[in-house]
Design a protein around this ligand. Structure first.
Ligand code: SF4
Ligand code: SF4
Length: 406
């Protein structure tokens, strides 16, 4: 634990400090918060969290505090704030709507880091993660030898080295097997050789540690993965988990210390490009109304909005419906921020909002593109009175795709 007397500003960039100052408490963002929607509690609201954190800064590092003695902040206030900043799913919807452009999806992990550094976080699911990753390579502590079992399609050949590499990711391999199986089947249909790391080498991308404010291992994890892909001659790293894509493209260069030697691509970007290059096609029809849910870290996070729709619309007969809030305005599925197990009740309630809207719009299927959404929305449907088949975009596409022989 770092010195508790240290300033509350130490983990923030000058821009983030300006953002904290810039919040006018206008409340414009309130209507868009999924956690507020299901809990109705103002303490977790964005302006309230920002107001309280500003108070922490003022009490410990403000002008008065510097001339007189810095105040000791009441433990209960610190604990309440910690809970509020962890109850947030980090979906970023508040930032998307913020009147002064505060990039909240980026701000929350650093406020969480501050509370972690002060020893205020005791959610075991989160605090056990570093040890689990050290031992098994994944934050869930699942056996390393089961990483690629039993979902990996036997008939698919993986190249020893290749310019294209596929990173399956912990949440997919252990919690959304049809999704990663679909990815691999579609990569195989495209026909370009692709490589993968072994089950020992493919460790966590670091996202759960980053988002929960535990940053100590991130440099090591990033360097291990980047060097391993570099040794395989990788030029394009493809993965389907939005959180992996997010940290890889946004943060890995900083943790690696320089530009990555390869590009990061979401699976739907890769497949959309293959469709345009006529490497694959779809002839078989699917006469269904489907609705696609944009994952926060894919749409708001890295701007991948059109490509999943292009892939789905490539299947003839499909009628693509939209949620009222879609694209960069998407409503969180409830699973974000690495706290879906800590605040399970909220996550289930938010997940059910997606199910309810999909059912109300008379969709035949609810299509997802994120392993966290996949696991949580499926869980939210258990014991729910509304039912709809939940399918990952590549799980569906793999059943229809055909290779175009040169
Ligand atoms: S990031 Fe999402 S869950 Fe967190 S406060 Fe903003 S809108 Fe609410
Ligand atoms: S919209 Fe922006 S400025 Fe207004 S209360 Fe929310 S975070 Fe603060």
């Amino acid at each position: 634990m770092k010195d508790k007397k240290e300033s509350f500003t130490r983990n923030l960039t000058p821009l983030q400090l300006m953002e904290l100052d810039a919040c006018t408490q206008c409340g414009e963002c309130l209507r868009h918060c999924p956690v507020q929607e299901v809990t109705g509690r103002p303490s977790i609201s964005t302006p309230e969290k920002i107001r309280v954190f500003r108070e922490f800064i003022k009490a410990t590092g403000g002008l008065k505090a510097r001339f007189l003695n810095p105040k000791v902040i009441d433990r209960k206030i610190l604990e309440d704030f910690t809970k509020a900043v962890f109850e947030c799913t980090t979906c970023g919807a508040c930032g998307q709507k913020c009147a002064v452009g505060i990039f909240t999806q980026r701000l929350w992990p650093y406020l969480r880091k501050e509370m972690f550094d002060r020893g205020l976080v005791d959610y075991e699911i989160l605090t056990n993660m570093p040890e689990a990753i050290k031992k098994t390579g994944n934050p869930y502590n699942f056996p390393v030898e089961e990483r690629f079992k039993p979902w990996f399609p036997e008939q698919v050949k993986v190249a020893e080295k290749s310019e294209i590499a596929y990173y399956a990711g912990c949440s997919g391999v252990y919690g959304a097997k049809p999704m990663v199986r679909g990815d691999v089947l579609v990569l195989d249909a495209i026909g370009d050789p692709f490589t993968m790391l072994t089950e020992d080498e493919e460790v966590c991308c670091g996202f759960p540690l980053f988002i929960s404010g535990q940053h100590d291992m991130l440099e090591d994890l990033t360097k291990r993965l980047v060097e391993a892909y570099k040794a395989k001659g990788t030029k394009v790293l493809v993965c389907s988990c939005p959180c992996c894509v997010n940290i890889m493209s946004r943060d890995w260069p900083a943790f690696y210390g320089k530009e990555l030697p390869f590009r990061i691509r979401h699976m739907t970007q890769h497949v959309s490009a293959a469709l345009k290059q006529r490497k694959i096609m779809v002839k078989k029809e699917l006469k269904e109304r489907i609705i696609y849910h944009d994952p926060c870290y894919l749409s708001r996070g890295v701007g991948v909005i059109e490509e999943p729709r292009e892939v789905l619309k490539a299947i003839p007969g499909i009628e693509l419906l939209e949620f009222d809030r879609h694209g960069s305005e998407s409503r969180c599925c409830g699973a974000g921020g690495a706290v879906r197990k800590v605040f399970n009740e909220n996550a289930i309630a938010i997940g059910r909002l997606a199910i309810d809207e999909a059912v109300a719009k008379k969709a035949d299927k609810l299509i997802l593109s994120c392993p966290a959404c996949y696991g949580k929305v499926n869980e939210a449907m258990q014991d729910h009175d509304k039912k709809i088949p939940i399918v990952d975009v590549m799980e569906l596409f793999a059943q229809y795709v055909e290779r175009v022989e040169p």
